[in-house]
Design a protein around this ligand. Sequence first.
Ligand SMILES: Cc1cc2nc3c(=O)[nH]c(=O)nc-3n(C[C@H](O)[C@H](O)[C@H](O)COP(=O)(O)OP(=O)(O)OC[C@H]3O[C@@H](n4cnc5c(N)ncnc54)[C@H](O)[C@@H]3O)c2cc1C
Length: 400
Amino acid sequence: MPYPPDLAPSYDYLLVGGGAAGLSLAYYLAQEPRLAHKRVLLIEPEPKDQNDRTWSYWADEPSPFDELAAGEWHNIAFRSPGFTRVLNLGKYRYRTVRGLDFYQFVHGALAARPAQFTVVRGRVTSLENTGVGVRARTEAGQELTAHFAFDSRPPAIAPNPTKYRYLLQHFLGWEIETTRDVFDPTVVEFMDFRGEQQHEARFMYMLPFGPRRALVEYTLFSAKMLPKSEYEAQLLDYLQNTLKLSPADYRITATEVGAIPMTDHPLPTGVGAHIINLGTRAGRAKPSTGYAFRRIQAQSVRLVAALAATGLPPRDPTGDRWQFRLFDTLLLDIMQRQGETTRDIFRQLFERNPVERIFRFLDEKTSWADNLRVMNSVAPGPFMRSIGYVLRGRPGQRKA
Ligand SMILES: Cc1cc2nc3c(=O)[nH]c(=O)nc-3n(C[C@H](O)[C@H](O)[C@H](O)COP(=O)(O)OP(=O)(O)OC[C@H]3O[C@@H](n4cnc5c(N)ncnc54)[C@H](O)[C@@H]3O)c2cc1C
């Protein structure tokens, strides 16, 4: 439909936010020849010149960002008291991409297409559907218009504990260099639950980049963040008592902190006909694990395929399936109600399933038969109680 001149959008696509989701979508748009004539504006307030996070993911098929990986592994270890298993990933690989490498790589790809992409520094303060497109206003007072906006600003979730579950995956990580060989660079410490749980889910996570370099993170799935000193005390304890390192044996070269929402609170995939949500804002951080990077790629692929084929975003921008949302809700309910059970559930999963099935399940690609196998591998009691809470429409709460 032609637009009257005064309403003509200035851009075809407005990408609000240039983090993982905004830049992923931009990258996939840049790769699609059928969309090469589209004019895209990306607006982001930060310079994105710091390594503010690392993204790890597992995958059994190639993705365009694999070549950026700072580490790639064929094995992961799972540990809990009395149980250790080192698992070969089969056709899967576990990879880590540094945020800064990703930002630079995508910005390079966009800069190579100046007629298609405009990247500006700015903060969007309002975004609205206009009937024929979207109108955005920025902090600096500019007005921008486009046919479609893709919004990846962090969501403002006001937790409603009477209806929804809300936890955080929060962590502090230290990248350390040691004076002697300490790490097995072939095995990621995926979850080491051997420490005190304190009625929550608490584990160590470690990426060994070489025999003398690793990222070690103390990670929790729980309602509240800890004072910084508590994460530090746990990291020090792990370095000293598990890795047998004295302070003279290592130095900290970088830190990583984060808090990722883990919630079944509704995170809409869009607003009206022309605003499509992306990334964390669209629920791409998987509620039961906090992993988001691959889900963000999958959403970008889905959006670009539909835009190229029809000119419109897909009616269902994520393709989520209800049964996996239910599994996430049940696991969140148990974590919230009885957090210390989490390590038993993960232990049962890793003890009784091939790792490829677990990854496929967490990727929401399993068949009904495999879903049943996974559910049958864990003790049913906590899940039955949480099904009761789900049926009554209210989250389970921790008994004092
Ligand atoms: C420290 C950390 C480590 C993580 N590690 C992993 C991992 O290993 N694996 C994994 O799968 N997931 C991980 N995640 C979860 C998830 O992948 C990331 O949070 C990911 O960055 C989410 O992408 P996003 O685009 O939704 O958000 P972001 O990457 O945070 O991007 C949002 C962007 O919006 C911008 N913005 C904010 N306000 C405005 C505004 N008003 N106007 C315009 N732009 C705005 C921000 O500056 C930011 O650049 C991690 C998260 C964190 C915080």
